[in-house]
Design a protein around this ligand. Sequence first.
Ligand SMILES: Cc1cc2nc3c(=O)[nH]c(=O)nc-3n(C[C@H](O)[C@H](O)[C@H](O)COP(=O)(O)O)c2cc1C
Length: 173
Amino acid sequence: MNINDMIQESKIMTGPFPDFDKRSYENPLLHFKEWFKDAINSEVKEPTSVVVSTYDKERITDSRVMIIKAMDDQGFFIETNKEQAKVDQIAYNQHVAINIYWREQGRQIRIQGIADSTANFDHVEDYLDAKTRDLMVYKIIPSRVEFYQAKNQGGYERLLYTLNEDKWQNTHL
Ligand SMILES: Cc1cc2nc3c(=O)[nH]c(=O)nc-3n(C[C@H](O)[C@H](O)[C@H](O)COP(=O)(O)O)c2cc1C
């Protein structure tokens, strides 16, 4: 079989999917918590493995899988070795994007925000390898988050949270 036949025959979005949660929350971190609990209950594989995108000095974008190690009411914590490309990239440009795809549920979460390397992480230190190793810890503080749900009958629904003057607003797209 030729490669393009193989690509064409690869199954996508097989379902069955949960219904889109019509509730909107005060902020996307609360919404994330609910979806994360659902992901655990639905036995999503590796729900903490996420794609983190950055941007370098030559304006070339980059991305890689990282693990979300913890969260609090303002953001998500990730960590990395210090001598790495992403550390230079984030030093150059704090804006990052995170993409999460939970295929078992047909769900995607897209996060845009700032990677803060100076944020306090004492309250989540027990969940970080940085407790025992000299790692770079970033707190990703979101400013825009989109929740995407594929529908069983085809198509999708999206709910977008945006931050306006420190207040979260949301809209169905
Ligand atoms: C499932 C998975 C989880 C990973 N988790 C991390 C992580 O939490 N932190 C990290 O720095 N790299 C992690 N990596 C490795 C990165 O994807 C990447 O290869 C490495 O960090 C170098 O990236 P950079 O050159 O862009 O800095 C993970 C890779 C995979 C496949």
